[in-house]
Design a protein around this ligand. Structure first.
Ligand code: C2E
Ligand code: MG
Ligand code: MG
Length: 598
C-alpha cells in the first residue's frame, strides 16, 4: 500500500517536473543553443585546419562543422519560435555531431572535440531535472565510447571528459533549480504568480509570431478560506494539493497550472481559443471535488499579457459577484463592457423600468414607482442591474448613468402622471454612493427636475445604508441640500448594512426601504417578532417604511396585520414599462391615494 502510494507520488512529481519547464524561455534557449552550434562548428573547423588528418576525415569534419554552423544560424534566426521539443532535438543532434567528430579524429584533436560535450551540461539549465539527467547520461556514454573507439588515446581519457560534462551539468542544474525555486509554490509544486506571469509573457511573445495565442483561466477556490478558518492552514493546503493533482491528470501537454495566491489558481493554455478554454474549465469543474469560480479570456493579436490577465480577472470577479461556482468569459473579440456601456449611454440605449410601490392597507392602490435600469451589452453576457452599476462605478460612468436614469424616469413619470392628474405619483430613483459625493450633485438633480418638469416633492432618492454609514460629510451634506429643495431621501436595503441605530435619527432620512430578506424569513416563527421590532423602531423615529421583496399574498397579509403600510415586490408587480404601469393604475379601483409618508 505504502509502496503504491510512493510510486504514484514519484510519478506525480515527475509529471509535475515535466510540465514545469524550469526557467526555460524560448528566446533564451534559442540564443544559447544557436550560438553553441555556431561556436562548436567554428572550433571543429579550426582544429581540423590546424591538425594533420586524412583528406577523407577532413572533408567529413568540415561538413560536420558546416552543418552545425547552419543549424546554429537557423536557430538564431528562428529565435523565440523554437519549442521545447525542438530544443530536445537540438541537444540530441549536438551530442551526435560531437560524437561523429570525436570518432573520426585522433589523439589531441579527438580530446579537443570531446570537450564540446560540456555544452550539453549548459543545456541542463533550461529543463526539468529528469530531462537534464537524460541529456547528461547520453553525453557521458557517447564521450567514453567515442574516445575509446578512436584507440589513439588512453581508455580513461573519455572518463575525464564525461566527468567534466557531468560536473558542469550538475552545477548548472543546481543553479537552474535555485532560480526556478523562486518561481515555484512550495505546497503544490506548481509555478507561483511570478512564474506564471513569466511563462505567460513567453507564450505571448511566441504567439506574436505564430498568430495563435494562449488563453488564460483564473480560478478562485471559494471554499479554501472557509476550510482554513475552520480547520487551519494544513487542511487548506491539502485541499489545494488534492485539487491541483486531480487537474494535472486532466490537463494536456503544454498546459501550465499555477498557484497565484492562497486560494487562487491560474491556467495558461497555449494556442487555445476562449471557447475551448471555457469548455476545458467546465471539464475541470466536473473533475473537481470543490466549488470554484473562474474567469476566462484569450489573447488577441498585438496584445501583451497584461490585458489578457486583466480581462480574466474581471471575468473572475463577475463570476464571484453573481453567486460563485460559475465560469464567466470576458471576450477579447468584443469591445470591453465599459466601452459598450459608454456607447449605449451616448446613444441613450439604456432601458428604465418601473416597479409599482403599493399602499398595503388598500392593496390595489399604486402610490409610486421605483425606477430600475435595464441594460445588457449587444455582444456579451446578460447583466443584472447590480452588475451594470459595478461596471459603471469601476469605469467612472456612474454619474452619467444615474443622471440618464433620473432624467428618463422623470420624463416617464411625467407621462404617467399626465394621464392620471388626480394621482400624486411618487417616483423613487436609486443613487450610487460614488455619485452622491461628487461636487454639485444636488444642483444637477435640481436642474434635471427643472428641465423635465417633475416636482421635487414627488421625488424620492434611494441611497444604501453603507453610503450613510461611512463617515463621509460630503454625502450627508448632499442629502441635506436635496432635502432643502423638497426632495425626499430613502435608506435602501435597510437592515443589511451596519448603520448605527443611535445615528439613525440624526441622518437626513425621510423613508426606510426594508430589505427583502426580512420578508423572505416570514415563515420562521421568530421573524414576525424581528419585523415587529423594526416596525416599532421606525415608528419611534417617525420614519415610514416601504417593505421590499413581497412575493406572496401570505407575506402581504402578515405585513398588513403587523401595521406596515407600504410595500413593493413581485406579488404586486414586477418591474415593467411605463405603459404597463399606466395600465395597472387605470385598472385600480381608485385613482388617488396619499403620497408616500405624507
Ligand atoms: P434595489 O433598489 O433594492 O431594487 C430592488 C431590486 O429587487 C430590483 O432588482 C428588483 O427587480 C428586485 N425585486 C423587486 N421585487 C422583488 C421580489 O419580490 N423578489 C425579489 N427576489 N426581488 C425583487 P434589480 O432591478 O436587479 O436592481 C438591483 C439593484 O441595482 C437595486 O436594488 C439598486 O440598488 C441597483 N439599481 C437599479 N437601478 C439603478 C440605477 O438606476 N442607479 C443606481 N445607482 N442603482 C440602481
Ligand atoms: Mg432601490
Ligand atoms: Mg432595495
Amino acid at each position: 500500500m505504502f509502496e503504491v502510494g510512493r510510486v504514484s507520488a514519484v510519478r506525480a512529481a515527475i509529471t509535475r517536473a515535466q510540465k514545469w519547464p524550469g526557467i526555460a524561455q524560448p528566446a533564451l534557449w534559442a540564443r544559447t543553443a544557436g550560438s553553441s552550434f555556431v561556436f562548436g562548428g567554428v572550433l571543429v573547423a579550426l582544429i581540423t585546419a590546424l591538425t594533420p588528418t586524412s583528406f577523407d576525415h577532413a572533408v567529413l569534419q568540415y561538413a560536420n562543422a558546416a552543418v552545425a554552423m547552419s543549424i546554429g544560424i537557423a536557430v538564431l534566426l528562428t529565435g523565440r519560435r523554437v519549442t521545447l521539443v525542438q530544443f530536445h532535438l537540438l541537444v540530441v543532434t549536438a551530442i551526435l555531431q560531437i560524437t561523429l567528430s570525436v570518432t573520426f579524429a585522433t589523439g589531441a584533436a579527438a580530446v579537443s572535440f570531446a570537450t564540446l560535450y560540456v555544452f550539453v551540461g549548459c543545456a541542463a539549465f533550461f529543463v526539468a531535472w529528469p530531462t537534464a539527467v537524460l541529456y547528461l547520461g547520453l553525453a557521458m556514454l557517447c564521450s567514453t565510447t567515442a574516445l575509446a573507439v578512436t584507440g589513439s588515446v588512453p581508455w580513461w581519457t573519455g572518463l575525464v571528459t564525461a566527468a567534466t560534462t557531468a560536473a558542469v551539468g550538475v552545477i548548472i542544474l543546481a543553479l537552474g533549480q535555485v532560480v526556478a525555486k523562486a518561481e515555484l509554490d512550495e505546497v503544490t509544486g506548481l509555478p507561483n504568480r511570478r512564474g506564471f506571469e513569466r511563462i505567460l509573457s513567453a507564450e505571448v511573445s511566441r504567439a506574436s509570431w505564430e498568430k495563435t495565442g494562449p488563453a488564460v483561466v483564473l480560478i478562485c477556490v471559494d471554499a479554501r478560506a472557509a476550510v482554513q478558518q475552520a480547520f487551519g492552514d494544513r487542511a487548506a493546503d491539502a485541499l489545494m494539493q488534492q485539487l491541483t493533482s486531480t487537474w494535472l491528470g486532466v490537463l494536456g501537454p503544454g498546459h501550465v497550472l499555477a498557484r497565484r495566491s492562497d486560494g487562487e489558481l491560474a491556467l495558461m493554455l497555449p494556442a487555445t481559443t476562449e471557447h475551448d478554454a471555457f469548455a476545458l474549465t467546465q471539464r475541470l469543474r466536473q473533475e473537481a471535488t470543490r466549488e470554484f469560480s473562474a474567469g476566462v479570456s484569450a489573447w488577441a493579436a498585438g496584445e501583451s499579457s497584461t490585458p489578457v490577465l486583466e480581462r480574466a480577472d474581471a471575468a473572475l470577479r463577475r463570476a464571484q459577484s453573481i453567486g460563485r461556482n460559475r465560469t464567466m468569459l470576458e471576450s477579447s473579440e468584443l469591445p470591453p463592457l465599459a466601452v459598450q456601456l459608454s456607447d449605449a449611454l451616448a446613444a441613450e440605449d439604456i432601458g428604465v423600468c418601473y416597479q409599482p410601490v403599493m399602499r398595503l392597507d388598500d392593496p390595489d392602490v399604486v402610490i409610486g414607482v421605483e425606477a430600475l435600469l435595464r441594460w445588457s451589452p449587444a455582444l456579451g453576457p446578460d447583466l443584472n442591474a447590480g452588475e451594470v452599476i459595478r461596471v459603471a462605478e469601476d469605469h467612472d460612468l456612474i454619474a452619467a448613468l444615474d443622471q440618464f436614469v433620473l432624467r428618463r424616469a422623470c420624463l416617464d413619470a411625467g407621462w404617467v402622471q399626465g394621464r392620471f392628474p388626480g394621482l400624486p405619483l411618487m417616483l423613487s430613483v436609486n443613487v450610487s454612493g460614488l455619485e452622491l459625493v461628487k461636487q454639485g450633485y444636488a444642483a444637477r438633480v435640481v436642474d434635471t427636475l427643472r428641465t423635465t418638469g417633475w416636482p421635487a416633492d414627488q421625488l424620492v432618492l434611494e441611497v444604501t445604508e453603507t453610503v450613510l454609514d461611512v463617515d463621509r460629510p460630503s454625502s450627508i451634506n448632499a442629502l441635506h441640500e436635496l432635502r432643502r429643495h423638497g426632495i425626499r431621501v430613502a435608506i435602501d436595503d435597510f437592515g443589511t448594512g451596519y448603520s448605527s441605530l443611535s445615528r439613525l435619527h440624526t441622518l437626513p432620512t425621510d423613508l426606510l426601504k426594508l430589505d427583502g430578506s426580512f420578508v423572505s424569513s416570514i415563515i420562521s416563527p421568530s421573524a414576525p417578532r424581528l419585523l415587529q421590532a423594526v416596525a416599532g423602531l421606525a415608528d419611534a423615529l417617525h420614519l415610514p417604511i416601504v417593505v421590499e421583496g413581497v412575493e406572496t399574498a401570505r407575506q402581504a397579509a402578515v405585513l398588513r396585520d403587523m401595521g406596515f403600510t407600504m410595500a413593493q415586490g413581485y406579488h404586486f408587480g414586477r418591474p415593467q414599462s411605463r405603459e404597463d404601469v399606466a395600465e395597472s393604475i387605470r385598472h385600480q379601483a381608485t385613482t388617488s391615494g396619499p403620497a408616500l409618508g405624507g
